[in-house]
Structure formats: C-alpha cells, structure tokens
Ligand binder design. Structure first.
Ligand code: AKG
Length: 270
C-alpha cells in the first residue's frame, strides 16, 4: 500500500484546521491499488454482516468491529506517519487506538443523529481526549452519506442543538477525515443506489480506557509478533504510570517463551 507523503507545511495546515474547525480532510492519501486491496479484505468481512438494528447504528448500515483481530491489512493505516502526527498533535505522544470499525452506509439509509465521540467520558470541559479518523474507501458525497459535521462545535462545552446546521464532507476515495472527538457530527443519509464505505480508526489518550477492549479482543500471541509501533498504537504500552502488569511493561505479561526474543535490544523495556 502506498501513501502520499505530506510536507511539514501541509501537516501544519491540517493541525491548524483541526484546532480551528475541529476537523480536517487529507485528500487522496492512499493510492488506488491500496484502496482496492483494503476493500477486497473488508468486503469479505462485510459479506456475512447484517445491517444494524437501531436508528443510531443505522438499519441500512453495516459495521464490523474488532478489526485488528481479523486482518493485518490495517496495520499500515494505523501507523501511517502523517495521520499519526496529526492524531498526536491533539492527543500527545501516547495516543492509542480506541476502536476500529467499518461504516458501510447503503442506499436508503437516513441521517444519523449528530453526536460527540467522547461523550462517554463524562468530564466537561476537557482537552481533546479522542480523535476519530474515517478513511474513504469509496468517494464520500453529500448524496451518498458523507459524514456531516458542525464546524467549530468542538469549542463549546455546551450540547449543540441536534438540529444545528451541518455540512457534508465530500472527499475522493483514498482520503481521510480527522476530527476532534468533541466535534458534533454524524453519518449522512444515502439517497443513491451505491454504498458509501468508511473505515474508522478512533484514537484516545494513552491514559484512558479504550472504547473497544483491545486486550481481550486480540490474541496475545499475535500481538507479541507485531512490530513495536503497532503494539504501542494498539495500547500494549505504558503511559507514564498507567498500564503496568506486575510492575513491568505489559508485553512482559505475554508469552514468557517469546519475551526474551522480543525484548532483546529493546530500549527501556523494563
Ligand atoms: O459513518 C459516518 O460517517 C460517521 C458515523 C458515526 O459518527 C458513528 O457511527 O458514530
């Protein structure tokens, strides 16, 4: 999979957009072949997936969760350097994955209620706690259910009127939308015949509990064989004094027979 490389000026522009508007769009980050490859893998997971059974999840929307237990194709997205830099800009160096899921909005879906992705952390006001990303694996348009956002709404600690004017995110396939978890947003209505496919990698601060339990969801033997940066972003790390197991790095708790090999030469493992 090939990614477009962003310049430092482009990164600075996106950081400023995230701070000012609460969201930014990095266009055409993944090449066509990469999008095809991701779709081939995710479509296999979607074939067997039923539509949601409530208005919020969407009765014409398919979602698959716990993705890092089901494929290794997403590791390159999780560690994509420009997106990681932008996520860390708001969440700090210990940012970790909170939840990974697909959001395939089929024709006939109605608009989702706008909401905040950090609403389940009941502290107000607060600094950014969550950054969500949605990778467009089809084009996103106003008509096909492109994510709707209320620009600037991340700056208010008061609830937004759920009928507040929102705008639809339009972006070509291979692009990624990033937003501060305080931004009011929701999936759009799809009035076309074609499904809109989004892949969401949602991150939180390293000292928060992840929304999806990555310790029970993933096989520890598989995690132990992943590269360091993937392990860290999946939350298998220490954030200051949070995350220890028996006073040591959490990877020490996984598979004593492989830990010697894993830790050979790793700086600061103890
Ligand atoms: O699919 C989208 O564009 C956003 C969906 C969303 O915000 C959610 O399901 O929480």
């Amino acid at each position: 999979m090939r990614f477009r490389t962003l310049t430092d000026e482009e990164i600075a522009h996106h950081e400023a957009q995230l701070e000012r508007d609460g969201y930014t769009i990095v266009t055409s980050l993944i090449d066509d072949a990469g999008c095809d490859r991701l779709r081939a893998c995710l479509d296999t997971l979607h074939d067997a997936q039923a539509f949601g059974d409530n208005d919020f999840a969407g009765t014409r929307t398919k979602r698959v969760f716990n993705l890092f237990a089901k494929t290794r194709e997403l590791d390159a997205l999780l560690t994509e350097p420009s997106v990681v830099r932008l996520v860390r800009h708001l969440l700090g160096p210990e940012a970790q994955l909170s939840i990974a899921s697909t959001m395939e909005i089929h024709g006939g879906e109605t608009a989702q209620a706008i909401h905040q992705d950090d609403a389940y952390f009941p502290v107000r006001p607060h600094p950014p706690l969550v950054v969500n990303t949605i990778w467009a694996l089809t084009p996103f348009t106003d008509a096909n259910g492109g994510t709707r956002v209320v620009p600037g709404s991340h700056l208010s600690s008061d609830p937004v009127d759920t009928r507040a004017p929102s705008i639809a995110i339009e972006m070509p396939r291979g692009s990624v939308l990033l937003w501060d978890g305080q931004l009011w947003h929701g999936g759009g209505a799809n009035v076309t015949q074609e499904a809109r496919f989004g892949l969401s990698l949602n991150y939180c601060r390293g000292w928060l509990r992840q929304q999806e339990n990555q310790y029970l969801g993933l096989d520890p033997q598989v995690v132990s064989l992943l590269p360091d940066d993937v392990q860290k972003l999946l939350g298998y790390d220490i954030c200051q004094f949070v995350g220890w197991v028996d006073g040591r790095h959490p990877m020490r708790a996984i598979l004593p027979d492989v830990r010697t090999r894993i830790y050979a030469g790793r700086r600061g493992a103890d």
